[in-house]
Write a protein that binds this ligand. Structure first.
Ligand code: CNA
Length: 373
């Protein structure tokens, strides 16, 4: 499946609530059923277009590309026992993944749009990259089921560690230690490592999918429990939309499941189009651009560069033509003074016997003036 495409899988099972198993029917359902309690469940696939690899995609996934950390098992980088012994590989990776380096994707902005429209009950993310926060989604709407880089603390005494210090340490590739005197324990972002419990907020919100009137699952292999079970908590008859490269987690098995197989950004744009939200979505995504001017320049680099080149060539051509015109006039005058016949049309091969004569435009064309001396 290419990145450009997103295919709506509309299998032959008759839906029970939707008119059909496609996006247009989902849009109609949202509008006609006063849908206001949408739960969204996402994974690494919504951030890949921002430049953050997922874990498990072959070749491009993080696990396939951790050779630089020289680990026996790539998963060790998120293993708490390994971290206690050697936190350096994690901090080498943290430098790459740390928030601030990446721009939220259209998919992140789509979730923000649901929130702005008052339709979002809860956003469940397995991602640790904080891009939904960066897209403007309020922290109380997000359940970061596997934690995130948003906060950090000492793994021994659990004392929180200041954000600014953390940023500096990560930036310099240093391992932070607890600031509490006599502790000096290792500091770790509040990311859930293998061997650690999920955050309280996950367990507090775990029953919310039961209250949902629509479920959207995006960019996840749904292979990590207990997160992977969340879509199954939605009631029968509640439509579930899967936007993912491939079919996962048994989605598609219920009559009101709609599958958009392909890229998340393409899928949410399709969703927004069905809702008539296209422009709002693009405008919202544009707000995530840290430097709109730079982006403007980036967006039209070829055109503006071409135009600049064309302008420069035109200007030089004009200069040369003007110079040649002056040169011809100059030659003419010199020849007249020397009593030679005019050679109109001859251009640059001027006899430098013009001597000390000045064109009177030396200040404008000093190079020509020099040449004629
Ligand atoms: P995963 O197991 O790597 O699966 C990702 C899924 O997304 C796969 O089904 C891919 O086919 C699919 N996918 C990848 N790119 C796209 C795309 N552009 N459009 C649509 N689908 C796409 O990742 P999960 O999130 O399911 O696994 C849970 C792990 C991944 C959690 O523990 C996370 O902490 C962890 N993770 C997070 C990040 C992040 O924060 N951005 C990055 C890498 C891994």
């Amino acid at each position: 499946m290419g990145n450009e495409e997103s295919t709506v899988v509309d299998d032959s099972t008759r839906p029970s609530v939707l008119e059909a198993r496609n996006m247009e029917a989902v849009a109609k359902y949202i509008q006609q059923h006063d849908v206001k309690r949408i739960v969204v469940m996402v994974g690494a696939g919504i951030s890949t277009s921002a430049g953050i690899p997922d874990f498990r995609s072959p070749d491009t996934g993080l696990y396939a590309n951790l050779a630089f950390l020289d680990l026996e098992e790539p998963e060790d980088v998120f293993d708490i026992s390994f971290f206690r012994e050697n936190p350096k590989p994690f901090y080498a990776l943290a430098k790459e993944l740390y928030p601030g380096r990446y721009r939220p994707t259209v998919a992140h902005s789509f979730i923000k749009l649901l929130y702005d429209k008052g339709l979002l009950l809860k956003h469940f993310t397995q991602n640790i990259d904080c891009l939904e926060r960066q897209a403007g989604l309020s922290g109380d709407k997000i359940v970061e089921a596997h934690g995130s880089f948003a906060t950090q603390r000492c793994i021994e005494c659990k004392t929180p560690y200041p954000d600014e210090e953390m940023q500096k340490k990560v930036h310099h590739g240093e391992v932070p230690h607890c600031l509490v005197p006599q502790c000096n324990g290792l500091v770790k972002p509040d990311i859930v490592f293998f061997g650690e419990a999920l955050p309280e907020s996950f367990f507090r919100s775990r029953d919310l999918p039961e209250q949902a009137d629509l479920c959207i699952v995006m960019g996840t292999s749904l292979s990590v429990q207990p997160f992977a079970s969340l879509p199954s908590f939605c009631r029968e008859g509640v439509p579930r939309v899967l936007i993912n490269m491939q079919r996962v987690g048994g989605l598609g098995s219920r009559p009101d499941d709609v599958l958009l197989l392909g890229d998340c950004d393409v899928g949410v744009r399709k969703f927004a189009k069905a809702m008539g939200w296209e422009e709002e979505l693009e405008a919202l995504w544009e707000q995530t651009n840290p430097d709109p001017k730079a982006r403007e320049a980036e967006n039209a680099p070829l055109q503006s560069r071409d135009e600049r080149l064309r302008d420069e060539v035109d200007r030089l051509t004009e200069d040369i033509e003007r110079t040649l015109g002056l040169t011809d006039a100059y030659q003419q005058r010199v020849r007249e003074r020397l009593g030679e016949p005019s050679k109109q049309g001859q251009s640059n091969g001027v006899d430098s016997g013009a001597g000390e004569e000045s064109t009177g435009l030396d200040h404008v064309f000093p190079h020509l003036a020099r040449k004629f001396r």
